[in-house]
Ligand binder design. Structure first.
Ligand SMILES: Cc1cc2nc3c(=O)[nH]c(=O)nc-3n(C[C@H](O)[C@H](O)[C@H](O)COP(=O)(O)O)c2cc1C
Length: 147
């Protein structure tokens, strides 16, 4: 069974919930899922996965969350050729650089040789019904790209 690994950063829970929605969607598509907070894993752990997903919020002024910076830097050193990736995240449209960390991770994954399985999904604060539909579509598109 193919493995989807989701690594997330979340301070107030919005991104963790987004990661959980994606995890459930993958499970419903008969994928094996591992979901971990970013400080408990290494970027090299993505080597075990067929699908690599990062879920992150954005902090400061378009900054990565402090706790995911090491993971972000290490990710760019990994060779993830042959794997699929996707990025999701939460931000706040109040800020000029809405969900910039999502774009930063997409750029980092592009350096690994992994293939983008679906367009990134950016959520304004907590996921609402329409966001859940987008997140489920994201998971479905990546799962279909695997086949
Ligand atoms: C000090 C501070 C700075 C933030 N800066 C940004 C930002 O630059 N861009 C953005 O999209 N969201 C920004 N946010 C909003 C958070 O990304 C948003 O609240 C998100 O839902 C938090 O995710 P979490 O609940 O998983 O921690 C900021 C929030 C705080 C408290």
């Amino acid at each position: 069974m193919a493995l989807a690994k989701i690594v997330y950063a979340s301070m107030t829970g919005n991104t963790e919930e987004i990661a959980d929605i994606v995890a459930e969607a993958f499970e419903n598509l008969d994928l094996e899922v591992e979901i971990d907070e970013c400080t408990t894993v290494d970027a090299a752990d993505f080597q075990d996965a067929d699908i690599c997903v990062v879920a992150t919020y954005t902090y400061g002024d378009g900054e990565l969350p402090d706790e995911i910076v090491d993971f972000y830097e290490d990710l760019q050193e990994e060779d993830l050729s042959g794997k699929l990736f996707g990025v999701v995240g939460s931000g706040d449209t109040f800020y000029d650089e809405f969900c910039k960390s999502v774009d930063d991770f997409e750029a980092a994954f592009n350096k690994t040789g992994a293939t983008k399985g679906a367009n990134s999904v950016k959520v304004d604060l907590a996921a609402e019904e329409d966001d859940i539909i987008r997140l489920e579509g994201f998971a479905k598109q990546i799962a279909e790209a695997l086949n």
